[in-house]
Design a protein around this ligand. Structure first.
Ligand SMILES: NC(=O)c1ccc[n+]([C@@H]2O[C@H](COP(=O)([O-])OP(=O)(O)OC[C@H]3O[C@@H](n4cnc5c(N)ncnc54)[C@H](OP(=O)(O)O)[C@@H]3O)[C@@H](O)[C@H]2O)c1
Length: 293
């Protein structure tokens, strides 16, 4: 039986991973406080005790704005802890699957981002995630870094759950039209991760080592936040509860936030599809499934 260690089991993605991975082997799923990524001395013994063949890291410091005022915490979780996990994975000969973000880019390219495009994060969150990517690459071993984008879940705070909530409290919504990326349902991301493990077979670490690297993996197609919000409202199965009458386009510059965000950070996922023969569905199709779930 494959021994899988999942870190971050109660996050958006981690919650779904726990379900998708459950049938694939002996799964140990942890989250804070069972493991505290701010405590380096705890990480190594926990990993060693489990002796996993695969480590999947769904933990992250994802509070983009808050990261600006507590960069040391963002960096500790998104880089230092990741580096320790990568070292332990390598020492055990385990495969390591990690997730990163479109926020490693500055959003000025004007077309879809490929894996080798120049990174230039605009804020602490993106910088800390990029540093995590670099640490994993420096360690080497059998790793996949899956850069994804605009991840949502309906059971935790996300753009989708917020739009649904606002639609029941406000008659007018103002949503930005100039931030564009790929909406990605966390369940699809979890399921495609599980598919990778199935494909990797009995010697997953060797299989992954041959394919190691950074891959973009996000919902197919892209949208502005405004288009996304409109689709959410249209697909809402309880539309009768909405009191919203109008969605007004707004520009990012109208909202003052501590962190700057890339404007066009949509990802091209062809490398992933070419390598693994898999792709995530169109973001609209996944959204429909998510809303019906
Ligand atoms: N959300 C997005 O839009 C988005 C976009 C692009 C990429 N990503 C990437 O996708 C991956 C999954 O994101 P997500 O949205 O699922 O994240 P999430 O919902 O914020 O979950 C992150 C998990 O990490 C845990 N965690 C945080 N600090 C910890 C610590 N010190 N020790 C142990 N666990 C800790 C959290 O626990 P608590 O809940 O207790 O804090 C939570 O379970 C991340 O790598 C993220 O960077 C996300």
């Amino acid at each position: 039986m494959l021994r899988i260690l999942l870190l971050g089991k109660i996050g958006q993605l981690g919650w779904e991973l726990q379900r998708s991975l459950a049938t694939l082997g002996e799964l140990t799923a942890l989250d804070y406080p069972e493991i505290d990524l701010l405590n380096d001395s705890q990480i190594r013994p926990i990993i060693h005790a489990q002796r996993p063949q695969v480590i999947i890291n769904a933990t992250a410091y994802t509070a983009v704005d808050k990261a600006e005022s507590e960069p040391h915490i963002a960096v500790a979780i998104n880089n230092h802890a990741v580096s320790v996990i990568a070292e332990e994975a390598s020492r055990l000969g385990a495969a390591f699957i990690h997730y990163s973000t479109d926020y490693v880019f500055d959003g000025t390219k004007g077309s879809l981002y490929h894996e080798d495009d120049q990174t230039n994060p605009l804020g602490v969150y993106g910088q800390s995630k990029l540093a995590g990517e670099e640490s994993i690459q420096a360690v080497g071993g059998s790793y996949l870094i899956l850069r994804t984008s605009w991840v949502y879940s309906l059971r935790r705070d996300s753009f989708v759950s917020k739009v649904l909530e606002w639609s029941r409290r406000q008659t007018t919504l103002r949503v930005v039209y100039d931030q564009v990326s790929n909406p990605t349902w966390c369940r699809m991301l979890a399921e495609i991760t599980a598919q990778l493990l199935v494909m990797s077979g009995n010697d997953g670490a060797a299989w992954l080592r041959e394919r190691r690297g950074i891959y973009h993996l996000a919902g197919d197609g892209y949208a502005s936040r405004l288009e996304w919000a409109r689709a959410i409202l249209a697909l809402d199965p309880r539309r009768s509860e909405q009191i919203v009458k109008e969605i007004q386009p707004a520009s990012t510059s109208e909202f003052v936030t501590p962190a700057r965000r890339p404007l066009f950070s949509a990802l091209n996922c062809d490398r992933f599809t070419y390598t693994f023969g898999l792709k995530l569905p169109a973001w609209q199709d996944a959204l429909k499934l998510a809303m019906e779930s």
